[in-house]
Design a protein around this ligand. Structure first.
Ligand SMILES: Cc1ncc(COP(=O)(O)O)c(C=O)c1O
Length: 426
């Protein structure tokens, strides 16, 4: 296996955050020698620039003129080495026959929820789910009828609205409130919005594109309101394993008995361990027996209840006890966020980053530039030569913003920031 140049002493996993000294010429990393990573893995080096050409990457497919793609939410780092090792080992056994979802898959998820989020769901509440969005769509089909209203809280992950509408339901906005650079849910507005056709609310927990970790009090109040009106809460927790700065993600159903009654959690290892291309890799946690039986029955009827072999192997390998790689990754992401913050603090371009509390996506407030959204996107793409996600695609409140994917080597990020300075500098 190829050995890389590891920065000595830089990165015992779990070490204090490595904060870069400055944007230019910064050398910081979070990597680990092979010996310490165990036999199965080859170590890691998040500074390595990996050529993704020829891999049918959706992210790079959009970069037709040599731009740096910083939009769709996968990272440019190698997938977790333990996952790759597990997949390799399985492939080497040759037979990829029909496979049942083993108890080990459920056990790994249960142990992970306990160890990482301090949540101890009963094992029988946990089930395989065929990808987070596919599974959420299945929840719309199971618990709502065409024409029913489903609440979303924009600016929010665009696929919520997309599939609510494709499936003939009505997406209803309860926009987040932005006050003094901080977002919160409009819980009073939510209560007013619910009517007899409102059957579900999709909670993005943590909230993409802003990277917010929701606090217990907001989640508890949300649960009470939804319970009072018979509205189910579909909690998308795909970014939960990437809570930063030593903070913890709060699984919605862990909040209270009420939340456990109204809530369905959908999550998976795909974001944190960089396995998005293993689509169909997710799980659900549904504490309420009636909802669980109805939902899992619907999955069975659609033959969506069988976990593929890569999903089983990858989930068990990712959700292990040893979190050194993930901790190391999170420190690296925090280092990249520090680069972004320092850059915009030192360069008054009319762009302000909002610090994410989870994940590798930074929400950039570009409203002070006063540019129409098309011109904003055009300047990023054609002058700065980077492709961020368009803030407007996340719905109400997204105009004037872009979302920057910083899940890339610091050298790539630094180069992108200097091009932003040239493009937006006066
Ligand atoms: C909030 C959120 N949910 C779901 C997904 C996609 O999940 P999956 O690929 O499992 O459908 C993403 C991907 O960016 C996301 O940000």
């Amino acid at each position: 296996m190829k050995r890389r140049a590891f920065l000595k002493g830089a990165a015992a996993a779990g070490a204090a955050a490595l904060v870069p000294a400055g944007v230019a010429g910064t050398a910081f990393t979070a990597c680990r020698p092979r010996e310490a990573a165990g036999d199965a893995a080859e170590g890691w080096d998040f500074d390595e620039v990996i050529d993704r050409s020829g891999t049918w990457s959706i992210k790079y497919g959009r970069a037709t003129n040599g731009e740096t793609p910083m939009w769709i939410a996968d990272m440019d780092f190698r997938t977790d080495p333990y996952v790759r090792a597990a997949l390799r080992t399985r492939l080497d056994r040759d037979v990829l026959g029909y496979t049942s979802t083993p108890q080990a898959f459920i056990d790994a998820i249960a142990a992970w929820e306990r160890q990482t989020h301090g949540y101890a769901p009963e094992k029988e509440w946990i089930g395989y789910a065929p990808g987070v969005i596919t599974s959420i769509n299945q929840a719309y089909l199971t618990f709502t009828e065409p024409g029913d209203r489903i609440i979303i809280q924009p600016p929010v992950y665009d696929h919520f609205r997309l599939y609510i509408e494709r499936l003939g339901r009505v997406a209803v906005d309860n926009p987040l409130i932005l006050e003094n650079g901080r977002y919160r849910m409009d819980l009073e507005g939510l209560e007013r919005l619910i009517d007899s056709r409102t059957k579900a609310l999709v909670l993005c927990n943590p909230h993409n594109p802003i990277g917010l970790l929701w606090d217990r009090e907001s989640l508890a109040r949300l649960a009470e309101i939804c319970d009072r009106h018979g509205v189910i809460v579909i909690s998308d927790e795909i970014h939960g394993d990437l809570a930063l700065y030593g903070r913890r993600h709060t699984p919605f159903c862990s909040i209270s008995e009420t939340a456990a009654r109204v809530g369905l959690i959908f999550a998976g290892p795909t974001k944190a361990f960089n396995l998005a291309g293993l689509s169909g890799t997710a799980f659900c946690i549904i504490p309420d027996r009636e909802k669980r039986e109805k939902y899992l029955g619907a999955l069975r009827n659609a033959k969506l209840d069988e976990a593929p072999i890569p999903t089983i192997e990858a989930t068990i390998a990712a959700y292990r006890k040893d979190t050194a790689w993930l901790e190391s990754l999170k420190r690296y992401i925090e280092g990249n966020i520090a680069l972004v913050e320092q850059f915009f603090a030192e360069n008054d371009l009319g762009i302000k980053p909002i610090r994410p509390e989870a994940s590798f996506l930074v929400w950039l407030d570009c409203r002070a530039l006063g540019l129409p959204q098309d011109a904003l996107m055009d300047t990023f793409r054609n002058q700065a030569k980077i492709i961020p996600s368009n803030g407007a695609s996340y719905g109400t409140g997204g105009e004037g913003f872009v979302r920057l994917n910083i899940g890339c080597p610091a050298s790539v990020l630094t180069a992108a920031l200097s091009r932003i300075r040239k493009a937006f500098g006066k």
